[in-house]
Write a new protein. Structure first.
Length: 270
């Protein structure tokens, strides 16, 4: 597994947008497509001519701004088959609009001197519901619903492979469905924010403490979840730092959890 991007919507020179790659032999399964995803795949020495499948947790911009990049750059770099993309309802409309926006690019690359493979830019969209959404050659992917504020649909994903099981939380508040889905998992990759840093700031229009409670999971809450799930490894990712250090985040988790936990950074492998 490779953490391609661990960042949030605000620009962070040390982190790209959310994206995680699950590597099983020669196959690469991508969860989310944050900004710069194709460059992160290249930096991780993973295929840039098309991943095996993309799984989108929800349609927030920081999780999908790299989607056009994934579609078109992989085609330019040699993809000839449709990209398999799984995600919430609305993914098909988003895809259709992306292809329409780049219609002239498609025409020029197909019919001009580049002679890209006709139709190589296509996407095979699967709008999903909770349950098994992919099952092939020993890799089973199960989607489970999570609560992410006012989003009507948001998912986490569990990957069961011949070697191990990995659960990626997606963006979510503290979730009982995640506890059930992660039972027996080897690795849990979970988003987090520092509870101690969430104080109201009169200079900001967003009510951050309320927003964070409804959309995300604090380090203290995550420690409580992990104590129930007991993964072999807990990886903190998609971090809303608000100035918190790695040590602060780990201290919040360890109030309830004594298992192995690390703070994830871009391009780290596990």
């Amino acid at each position: 597994m490779v953490l391609l991007g661990t960042g949030m919507p605000r620009p962070d020179p040390e982190a790209s947008g959310p994206a995680t790659a699950i590597v099983v032999g020669a196959r690469v399964f991508l969860v989310d497509a944050g900004p710069g995803v194709e460059r992160r795949l290249a930096a991780a020495h993973l295929p840039i001519d098309g991943v095996t499948a993309l799984f989108v947790t929800h349609l927030h911009s920081d999780h999908t701004l790299g989607y056009p990049d994934l579609i078109f750059t992989s085609w330019v770099m040699g993809r000839t088959k449709p990209l398999a993309a799984y995600g919430p309802h609305g993914l098909r409309a988003m895809t259709d609009h992306i292809l329409a926006a780049w219609a002239e690019d498609i025409d020029v690359r197909t019919n001009g001197l580049e002679k890209r493979t006709p139709g190589g830019y296509r996407v095979d969209v699967h709008e999903i519901s909770p349950g098994v959404v992919y099952d092939s050659a020993g890799v089973r992917v199960t989607a489970f619903a999570v609560e992410h504020g006012t989003w009507r649909e948001a998912y986490g994903y569990r990957f069961d492979t011949p070697g191990r099981s990995v659960v990626i939380s997606g963006d979510t508040k503290s979730s009982e469905s995640l506890v059930r889905a992660a039972a027996g998992a080897d690795v849990l990759v979970h988003e987090v924010y520092p509870a101690a840093r969430m104080v109201a700031n009169a200079t900001e229009t967003t009510p951050w403490p309320t927003y964070m409670r409804e959309f995300h999971t604090s380090d203290v809450e995550l420690g409580q979840l992990a104590a129930r799930i007991r993964p072999k490894l807990l990886i903190l990712s998609h971090i809303v730092r608000r100035g918190a250090t790695d040590e602060e985040l780990l201290a919040g988790v360890r109030k309830s959890y004594d298992g192995r936990v690390v703070v994830g950074h871009d391009l780290e492998r596990y």
